[in-house]
Design a binder for this molecule. Structure first.
Ligand code: WT7
Length: 658
């Protein structure tokens, strides 16, 4: 590969000129072997999408073939592969059982307590999934019912989600780092009838009491009939008679045979909540066939995945990355997926590299925030381990700064591995823009070119395409199989959030700003709405603000993001207190803890600034733009003529200095 030496640090806004050609050796054995092949397939995928997707869909296992590839009669409610019957769990498990893969590892699991390891073969995973599917059936769970899953990163999480998929129940996985209130909102919105949790999970040697959080949440969740608790830590938990059941006891008494339900292509597969700029979290709803096809195909081509690969995505299954690229996309390809329960730096900063060496990981997928942390801890840590099995690296979650890209390329990939930067969203279900490995030149910091069937465009507010090099709004002009189908229970909000901005044109609005370079590569700038991207996860400013305001010492709060060395964006909270009260320095920590308790540690503000008033327009809207300037330490620039009280800004700046 051609490598240039890094001499200066390059700012994100400057044009990145380094580029890296694909390695001919990689290309020779890649699924897609040339740029021409990509171009040909891409052209077909956009010119004759139905023929293209029909051919691709042949690679999945169907109980009954579809009648119609795309139903676009009632946009934006698109339907894919109508008339078809399929099951995601069957595609991830059963179809491997009459091949050599039946007794190979489906999941290699590494626990946080040192030395705890499990290998689960495809056949064994299928048996466990059948059993838990029978458990759910015995609890009265029917196709379409919602099951909330609140578990640490243990194999039972994979078992529970695939068991839901097997019987057509809709899983709603709630990240184990979320706390009681987040749990309440999500369980109630989905009207879940069963919750699957654990007595606890390990985090840096401590036990996170998941069951206790569920108990507290259920005081406010009337729809839940049963709680199934996995005994992970063996720490005693309280059990409500008639409601609470133990995983091990239930699993002991059921059969390990449970045929996969023959479900309609459009049968809902799961709900996953994600933050929006306003209101409660949005329940992104994915359906079966299209989602499975999207994750299957992108796993195959973007990660150049083969059945003999050991693949590791370091995300938590509580986020979409884990859904698509730990479970559905990877298992449907018959590869081996690594699952790790612990933190990257506990007890030592080379946990990830030890695991890569221990299992000879071939493909490794992580987030820029993690890469920045590794680079800070130093290249000595990866250097202690043998990383020669790696042949491809990936990144996701936020734009990767070129320095982090270079560090990843040099110290993890040892200049031998292509890096695939993958742009996508919870809503898109699967990777949308990327640099196909072995085929496309890589440019640090650039997401790359559209995947098959994806038709992006960068436009201004009116929908006019902006010239090359100029930034605009990123839209997707045509439907794709793994797209979200709706927001659970709220089709109006679905239309409003994603489709109203370019209603006339019928385009999907991503909420991201982007620009295209001279080679047509997409550079993603970030969110244009009030959503903060903390460590690759979207957090709505609204949610953090509501959490702050729920504390008695707070009267009003405004939250903005600012650049953060490791996390990408940090959270800065401007907090006003009732007139006549004086907040103390230690109140800041109290508020940070309060937010952690309300939402989860991920939402803890990095900075709290007390103020007696927030900058508002005359109509009472908080002027976040000005707060952003202050959080970033800049002089407030731009138009302040709509500001109601000019002295507020000066007072806010003073607060910053104290
Ligand atoms: C938002 C989606 C999709 C999995 C993880 C996050 C940002 C995501 C990239 C990338 C630049 C990226 C976008 C997007 N984003 N990947 N490779 N380059 N930005 O899922 O929580 O739904 O967030 O993350 O802003 O809209 P999510």
């Amino acid at each position: 590969m051609t490598t240039e030496t890094v001499t200066t640090s390059i700012d994100h806004v400057l044009e990145e000129t380094r580029h890296f050609a694909p390695d001919p050796a990689f290309r020779e054995r890649a699924h897609i072997k040339s740029r021409e092949e990509y171009e040909r397939l891409y052209r077909e995928s956009v010119e004759q999408p139905e023929a293209f997707w029909a051919r691709m869909a042949e690679e999945l296992a169907w109980f009954k073939k579809w009648d119609r590839v795309l139903n676009d009669d009632t946009p934006p409610f698109y339907k894919w592969f109508e008339g078809g019957k399929i099951n995601a769990s069957y595609n991830c498990l059963d179809r491997h059982l009459d091949t050599w893969r039946k007794n190979k590892a489906a999941i290699i699991w590494e626990g946080e307590p040192y030395g705890e390891r499990r290998m689960v073969t495809y056949r064994e995973l299928q048996r466990q999934v059948c059993k838990f599917a029978n458990v759910l059936k015995n609890l009265g769970v029917k196709p379409g019912d919602r099951v909330a899953i609140y578990l640490p990163m243990i194999p039972e999480l994979a078992v529970a989600m695939l068991a839901c998929a097997r019987i057509g129940a809709v899983h709603s996985i709630i990240f184990g780092g979320f706390s009681v209130n987040a749990l309440i909102d999500r369980i109630n919105d989905a009207e879940a009838t069963v919750v699957v949790t654990a007595d606890g999970g390990y985090r840096r040697g401590e036990i996170v009491e998941l069951k206790k959080a569920v108990d507290e949440a259920l005081l406010k969740c009337p729809t839940v009939r049963n709680v199934v608790t996995v005994e992970r830590t063996k720490k005693p938990v309280s059990m409500v008679h008639g409601r609470d059941l133990l995983w091990s006891e239930l699993m002991d008494t059921v059969s390990d045979v449970c045929p996969a339900e023959e479900l309609d292509s459009e049968h809902p597969l799961y709900i996953l909540y994600t933050s929006g700029s306003t209101g409660k979290p949005k329940g992104i709803l994915h359906s079966t066939a299209g989602y499975l096809l999207g994750t299957y195909l992108t796993s195959k081509y973007v990660f150049d995945l083969r059945e003999e690969d050991t693949y590791w995505c370091t995300a938590d299954i509580g986020w979409v990355t884990g859904h698509s690229y730990i479970i559905y996309g990877i298992l449907s390809n018959g590869a081996t997926t690594v699952m790790y329960e612990g933190a990257p730096n506990f007890p030592t900063p080379d946990q990830f590299w030890q695991i890569c060496e221990r299992y000879s990981v071939n493909v490794f997928y992580t987030a820029p925030t993690a890469i920045r942390a590794f680079s800070k801890w130093g290249e000595g840590w990866p250097a202690r381990n043998d990383l020669s099995s790696l042949r491809l690296l990936g990144t996701v979650g936020e734009p990767i700064n070129p320095e982090a890209w270079m560090w990843y390329y040099q110290h993890i990939g040892q200049q031998n591995c292509p890096i695939v930067d993958t742009w996508w969203q919870t809503e898109t279900g699967a990777i949308m823009i990327t640099t196909l490995p072995g085929v496309m030149e890589m440019k640090p910091g650039s997401a790359g070119l559209p995947f098959f069937g994806v038709q992006p465009r960068i436009v201004d507010e009116e929908g006019n395409e902006v010239p090359e090099g100029q930034s605009g709004l990123l839209v997707i002009t045509h439907p794709w199989p793994s797209m979200l189908r709706t927001l659970y229970g709220d089709p109006e909000r679905f239309k409003e959030v994603y489709w109203s901005k370019f209603e006339k044109q019928g385009w999907y609005f991503t909420g991201d700003g982007a620009y295209k370079d001279k080679d047509g590569y997409y550079m993603i700038i970030g969110r244009i709405d009030d959503v903060i991207n903390v460590s690759g996860h979207r957090l709505g400013t609204m949610e953090v603000e509501s959490a702050l305001v729920s504390h008695p010492i707070v009267s009003e709060a405004a939250v903005v993001g600012y650049p953060h060395e490791i996390k990408g964006q940090g959270i800065c909270a401007f907090v006003s207190v009732p007139v006549g009260t004086t907040p103390k320095e230690e109140d800041k920590e109290k508020l940070r803890e309060h937010v952690a308790k309300e939402i989860g540690a991920i939402a803890k503000p990095d900075q709290i600034r007390f103020t007696d008033a927030l900058p508002k327009t005359r109509s009472g809207k908080i002027m976040r733009r000005l707060l952003r300037d202050i959080a970033e330490g800049r002089d407030a620039t731009g138009d302040t003529s709509t500001l109601e009280d000019f002295t507020v800004l000066a007072r806010l700046r003073e607060e910053q200095e104290t």
